[in-house]
Design a protein around this ligand. Structure first.
Ligand SMILES: *Cc1c(COP(=O)(O)O)cnc(C)c1O
Length: 456
């Protein structure tokens, strides 16, 4: 492997080099961090998955001040990502030189306490085909199906806040499908599905022929004409723009996008971008231009995160630069209630204020991101803001998507709570006992028997 002066791999064949902890330890960069920070990284990465690639390491992090750098904070573990007792327990094992089996046993039990499968995704969203659960597919909202191809269940780099973190730590309860035959059979009998969302992990870690192997059979299937849009969720646009420019199969990938566009479908690359600092390399702009030239649209989304982008100015700059390059901001998410959520959470009231302040700073075309939005059990709930209704302070909320399609776009109210960070902490406003959807939701989740007229 060819190394640069910092001990970081130089891409020779257009492939990225992944850095887990052991390879990271061999770099000059790691040695530059203070010893206590290095130990913190060792401890936390026993529990939460850690990985970067050579490009993120070399090009996106400012190593003159790494601890304040947003991309460093995005990718490197911090001790406060674990509860103090959990951190101390793991630190004690490492200091004592405990065997791998012992640290792994503790890591497993700590992970189990981090709500690895939020919003009922393992029990409520897994569809059935001929009476059997269909692996690697989730269907929560009538019009959109998620597909998790097994070859795409890793990522260029693991973001410390990523709600998909369980996909990266153990194979047992991972979502993944080895091919798209089951998906095709399912979609054929679900004409209500217009949107296919290919996700992971990151589908763009796959070689083009692999991705094509999953997608081409769907395009050719005359029974799937109702699937009008294909979205691909990815972090690669900023973390490995080479994928679209320099990788040996980059041109094949763009040709694949073009074929899907030519089949009459909308192709959206759903790019995950947390901070404008990720967008500064010339390679990034080139990747964007090449993708756009295929007819695919790049839409962007990201969660609002303490320590990284909880600042209206950062979002305003992010959205403006994206629009400038021809991308379309799509969602601002609220950090989900999983993994290191305690570290990243921002109170909902503050999140709504950051969103509003950011929107006010930009022109209309950069105001297209909806949010801040919580992907919770009942649906996607947008926090529109805080209002006062006849003397009572309330959160104004609306469903962007509902587990029942007819909940979508319904406004509703929750009692104001300045410290609430997630949906399950909210109570109905005006002293009402239940939200408008609570009975139906309980019936869907099996918490109460179905009323006879509720066709779920
Ligand atoms: C966000 C999300 C979707 C996509 O919803 P759109 O409104 O189509 O953007 C689909 N499935 C799940 C489970 C989601 O969380």
């Amino acid at each position: 492997m060819l190394l640069d002066g910092l001990g970081v791999a130089v891409a020779e064949s257009g492939r990225f080099t992944a850095y887990g902890l052991s390879r990271l330890r061999q770099t000059e960069l790691f040695a530059r961090l203070p010893a206590e920070r290095r130990f913190d990284i060792e401890v936390v990465s026993q529990v939460l998955p850690f990985r970067v690639n050579d490009f993120v390491l070399r090009e996106l992090i400012d190593w003159d001040a790494p601890l304040e750098d947003p991309v460093f904070r995005l990718t490197f573990p911090h001790r406060d990502m674990l509860a103090p007792r959990a951190f101390e327990a793991m630190a004690a094992l490492l200091r004592a030189g405990a065997p791998r089996a012992e640290t792994e046993r503790l890591a497993r039990s700590l992970r189990a306490g981090l709500n690895p499968h939020p919003a009922g995704q393992q029990t409520l969203n897994v569809p059935e085909l001929d009476g059997n659960p269909l692996p690697g597919v989730q269907h929560k909202y009538a019009n959109t199906v998620l597909f998790f191809p097994s070859a795409g269940q890793t990522c260029h780099s693991y973001c410390t806040f990523c709600f998909r973190w369980p996909q990266f730590v153990g194979a047992e309860d991972r979502f993944s499908a080895k091919d798209s035959a089951g998906l095709a059979a399912y979609l054929r009998v679900h004409p209500e599905v217009s949107d296919l969302l290919v996700t992971g992990g990151d589908p763009m870690v796959m070689r083009t022929h692999r991705l094509a192997g999953y997608l081409e059979p769907l395009l050719a299937d005359p029974g799937l004409a109702h699937v009008r849009t294909v979205r691909i969720g990815t972090k690669s646009l900023t973390f490995w723009p080479h994928r679209y420019v320099l990788d040996e199969d980059a041109d094949d990938l763009l040709a694949l996008f073009r074929r899907i566009v030519d089949s009459g479908r909308h192709v959206a690359l759903m790019a995950h971008v947390n901070h404008w600092r990720e967008m500064e390399s010339p390679l990034f702009a080139e990747a964007v231009a090449r993708i756009r030239a295929t007819g695919a649209v790049i839409r962007t989304q990201a969660p609002l995160l303490a320590h990284i982008n909880d600042d209206a100015e950062v979002w305003a700059t992010l959205w403006e630069r994206q629009v400038n390059l021809g991308m379309v901001p799509y969602y601002m998410f609220v950090e989900r209630d999983t993994g290191a959520d305690q570290y990243f959470q921002v109170p909902l009231e503050r999140a709504a204020r950051i969103y509003a302040d950011a929107v006010r700073r930009v022109g209309g075309l950069a105001r297209t991101a909806r949010g801040p939005s919580m992907s919770c059990g009942p649906g996607k709930v947008e926090v529109q803001g805080v209002a006062e209704v006849r003397g009572e302070r309330v959160f104004v909320l609306r469903f962007l998507q509902g587990r029942r399609a007819d909940w979508a776009n319904r406004p509703f109210f929750a009692a104001y709570d300045p410290s609430a960070t997630w949906f399950d902490q909210l109570r109905p406003a005006f002293g009402e006992p239940r939200f408008f959807f609570s009975d139906e939701y309980d019936a869907i989740t099996g918490r109460t028997p179905l009323p006879p007229e509720a066709g779920v």
